[in-house]
Design a protein around this ligand. Structure first.
Ligand SMILES: O=C(NCc1cccc(CNc2ccc3[nH]ncc3c2)c1)c1cc(-c2ccc(F)cc2)cc(O)c1O
Ligand SMILES: [Mg+2]
Length: 214
């Protein structure tokens, strides 16, 4: 019955995953997207890289730009230590509505704050709204032409500290060439490319991990 693709993904979760089991939730999405309908989740292959960077950083406060249906939100939240928080920003209300249900189904809603709106408007309000000093980890997975302006905005708003880790999806496909130039040429970042594949595909893609040096 699900009329939109996100709704059909939600149905696949409700049908095939176990309530309260985050792993079964993103596995159900991966199965659906690999065998039924491709969708722009970070996916299982790049997801393993996300998991390992997250485990290494062990953030107390994390930011995700681009929730989509909540696949990476669930992947991130399940690895957060008790008391740690993830703020995720989604511009598209239909995506946000599905994401809220997938996040709740996984049982990680207590660790996640989903904020609806454009990153450019919300980033400057983070400190006052959520009492945040700075982020320990940022996952960029929204409109690719927003990666550079939003990174600059995070810097200007004092939301990055020495050691904050930025992890950007899709730096090869669809590509974020300006972002790669920015973080790789800036003396304020230490960058590394993790080669992988586009979700549910053989096309090359990868994640760029950039540590803010302060
Ligand atoms: O474009 C992508 N994702 C971003 C995106 C895209 C559409 C809508 C939104 C709406 N959400 C949104 C927007 C603006 C926002 N501002 N602040 C928050 C916020 C949230 C976000 C993408 C594409 C491909 C891809 C497609 C086709 C293909 F052939 C190969 C690869 C693969 C990916 O992994 C991708 O991540
Ligand atoms: Mg992506």
């Amino acid at each position: 019955t699900g009329s939109t693709q996100p709704q059909r993904m939600l149905e696949a979760v409700q049908k095939n995953a176990t309530k309260g089991d985050p792993e079964s939730v993103f596995s159900a999405i991966d199965y659906y997207c690999r065998h039924k309908e491709w969708a722009m989740n970070v996916g299982d292959e790049k997801g393993l890289i996300l998991d390992s960077v997250l485990t290494e950083v062990n953030p107390s406060i994390a930011l995700e730009l681009g929730t989509y249906c909540g696949y990476s939100t669930v992947r991130i939240a399940r690895l957060l230590s008790p008391g740690s928080k993830l703020i995720t920003v989604e511009f598209n209300p239909a995506f946000a509505a599905v994401a809220r249900q997938i996040i709740a189904y996984a049982g990680v809603q207590d660790k996640v704050t989903l904020v609806e709106g454009p990153s450019g408007d919300l980033i400057p309000k983070m400190k006052e709204r959520f009492g945040i000093k700075s982020f320990d980890f940022v996952f960029l997975d929204h409109w690719k032409d927003r990666y550079v302006p939003d990174t600059k905005l995070l810097e200007d708003c004092g939301l990055l500290r020495k050691g904050t880790v930025l992890l950007a999806d899709n730096v090869i496909c669809p590509g974020a060439p300006e972002y790669l130039k920015y973080v790789r040429n800036s003396p304020r970042y230490e960058s590394r490319y993790f080669k992988s594949n586009l979700e549910y595909s053989k096309v090359e893609d990868g994640l760029e991990k950039s540590v803010f040096l302060g």
